[in-house]
Write a protein that binds this ligand. Structure first.
Ligand code: UDP
Length: 229
């Protein structure tokens, strides 16, 4: 298969005319790729967690690019044109948000907070406001409303899904793509792209790698166990 793109955590291959094969790697990066490492087994966990979450969301009416799991580390997806936006939904302050406003991680928010970043590694994925998204023509108004509504719905669904499994969803990042006039949830949903805290408030996500907390592989495996369990 022709390799179309290799990113920090995934490789994309052209499979059919309208489909891609996504291969999930064990490589991990953080802080705009200034920190690099390998988390053995991460690729398989992220593939299986993403597949399970895409299926769950589809079953609840969310349109996604997911088609099927092909192997331990690979899934087949619809080919979409990715919008150059990272859509972040936060339930509690953490990470860059906590730093930006000088808040303690875990500070509750009065409402789920939706933020956009421009997907641009050279610029360090800067925060972007809705008016700038529209002024730059990154989406139409209708597309932006659709993306926001879908993200809030995904937030409700994922929050409930993880709560049933003893995990608190603190925040997550989504990406959307366009195909034939339709907007689909795309990319991945995994411990690389979410913050999940267990019953003791311990992170079971990429923060273990970012902050050198140890037990990184075990945390990823535990998330998969709970997602499948
Ligand atoms: N996130 C992501 N990719 C990015 C930036 C953030 O998947 O390029 C996820 C991150 O894992 C977290 C949420 O989006 O679940 C919010 O991240 P934040 O803005 O706090 O930035 P970070 O602390 O990851 O730099």
């Amino acid at each position: 298969m022709e390799k179309l793109y290799e990113g920090k955590a995934k490789v994309l291959y052209r499979e059919g005319p309208d489909t891609l094969r996504v291969y999930f790697k064990d490589e991990a990066t953080a802080f705009n790729a200034q920190k690099r490492g390998v988390i053995p087994g991460k690729g398989a966990v992220n593939n299986k967690v993403s597949a399970a979450l895409f299926r769950y969301l589809e079953a609840h009416g969310v349109k996604t690019h997911f088609l099927e799991e092909v192997s331990d580390r690979e899934m087949r997806v619809r080919r979409v044109e990715i919008l150059p936006l990272e859509v972040i939904l936060r339930f509690k302050a953490a990470g860059s948000f906590a730093r930006r406003y000088g808040l303690k991680e875990g500070t509750p928010l009065k409402m789920p907070l939706l933020e956009f970043s421009l997907k641009n590694d050279a610029l360090g994925d800067p925060l972007i406001c809705e008016n700038a998204v529209l002024a730059l023509g990154l989406t139409t108004e209708g597309e932006l409303e659709g993306v926001k509504a879908a993200t809030l719905r995904v937030g409700e669904l994922l929050k409930a899904f993880f709560a049933e499994r003893g995990l608190e969803l603190v925040d997550f990042k989504l990406e959307f793509g366009k195909v034939g006039g339709e907007i689909l949830l795309a990319d991945e949903i995994s411990p690389d792209t979410m913050r999940l805290w267990d019953e003791k408030g311990e992170p079971l996500d990429k923060d273990r790698f970012r902050k050198d907390l140890g037990g990184v592989e075990e945390a990823y495996r535990e998330v998969l166990r709970r997602v499948l369990g």
